[in-house]
Design a protein around this ligand. Structure first.
Ligand code: SF4
Ligand code: SF4
Length: 346
């Protein structure tokens, strides 16, 4: 049964990153979001399956007008929530997410404004910096997602300095090679190991080992997409085996989620994940890192160690943020401060 879900609340994005094809794909067809009543049934069903954490992602999830309602449904039934965003719209919408997001991740490719904006083809650097402060003020666990590829290894010192300045943990992940781009070279990947000893820097040692050793092997797959992390689309389908290589979009049976999960068709999909030809060398982290939790081996142990270190870094930041912001403002004041701004243009 899955412990995590990647909920793709939109397939459109306002950025045009060179290392991602979401913005230029069939995504622009914009599948319709299911009704909130239906979404609640889906999310309740996911909980019955064992899901404890839902990452609301995309595309750019903040382009989804109904995101606060989806988050509220998940929080109402006791699930942990995460948000992964390029930060462009967060300052304008922050007031909508108070008490609804447990952890917020904002992406940065460089500590240099121009380089980051050029990489994203979106003027979002300043908004990411503002988003980080706002999310901390709104009592969310905040981290910066920093994907390291062959071209931006030289950004690491700058990111370390920025992390210190912002007192925010930078989550460093080796770039995976899925959208026709080369993955971070094996030797360069190994070089990232030292970062786990640096304050404010977080690396998953299991991910480093996995990528340096060539990623997923379809003969002996580590990937447990579906079983560990199930992908759900905005129009109420399971994306099987994963968002990036969906072979089937299966309607979610909201009346009998457990029965559907145990069905031969779903079990067949679970069996096949990680075993397709296109799975060779894959390191798509949102599926791979939850997969490491399912087998007691060196990846499991390295990841557990890395997470424990991260947790300590994030918690000490959170404590410091609580001291800085916690007693200063009430929820009502936060809402009043973050005045609604119409940004979606829909
Ligand atoms: S912000 Fe994220 S979803 Fe959008 S183009 Fe960049 S990597 Fe892709
Ligand atoms: S190995 Fe990669 S492409 Fe294959 S199912 Fe897993 S996440 Fe998807």
């Amino acid at each position: 049964m899955p412990i995590a879900c990647s909920y793709y609340v939109t397939t459109v994005c306002n950025a045009k990153c060179g290392f991602c094809d979401i913005w230029e794909g069939p995504a622009h067809k914009k599948p319709k979001l299911v009704s909130m009543e239906h979404a609640e049934k889906i999310i309740r069903g996911l909980k019955k399956l064992g899901v404890r954490y839902i990452d609301f992602t995309g595309g750019e999830p903040l382009l989804q007008r109904n995101l606060p309602e989806l988050l509220a449904i998940a929080k109402k039934i006791g699930l942990k929530t995460g948000l992964v965003s390029n930060g462009y719209l967060y300052p304008a919408r922050a007031h909508e997410f108070i008490d609804l997001v447990d952890s917020a991740s904002f992406s940065l490719d460089s500590s240099d404004r121009d380089r980051h904006n050029a990489s994203r083809k979106l003027q979002c650097y300043d908004r990411v910096i503002e988003s980080i402060e706002l999310a901390k003020r709104n009592k969310q666990f905040v981290n910066i997602n920093f994907s390291v590829g062959n071209e931006n290894m030289d950004e690491i010192p700058g990111m370390m300095a920025l992390a210190k300045e912002l007192r925010t943990v930078v989550h460093v992940m080796p770039m995976f090679g899925y959208f026709g781009n080369p993955a971070l070279d094996a030797e360069l990947t190994r070089q990232l190991k030292y970062l786990h000893k640096q304050p404010y820097m977080s690396v998953n040692l299991a991910a480093i080992k996995f990528q340096a050793e060539g990623g997923n092997d379809p003969e002996k797959p580590k990937c447990k997409a579906i079983k560990a992390n199930v992908a759900v689309s905005q129009d109420g389908k399971y994306l099987l085996p994963c968002y990036h290589a969906a072979q089937e979009r299966m309607d979610i049976d909201v009346e009998d989620p457990v029965g559907q999960w145990k069905s031969p068709a779903m079990q067949e999909h679970i069996k096949k994940s990680g075993r397709y030809d296109f799975c060779k060398g894959c390191t798509i982290w949102c599926y791979m890192t939850p997969s490491f939790m399912y087998t007691l081996d060196s990846y499991f142990l390295l990841q557990a160690y890395s997470y424990a270190k991260d947790w300590a870094k994030l918690s000490s930041n959170r404590m410091r943020d609580a001291i800085k912001y916690g007693r200063e403002v009430t929820r009502e004041e936060l809402i009043a401060e973050n005045q609604p701004v119409s940004v979606l243009g829909e």
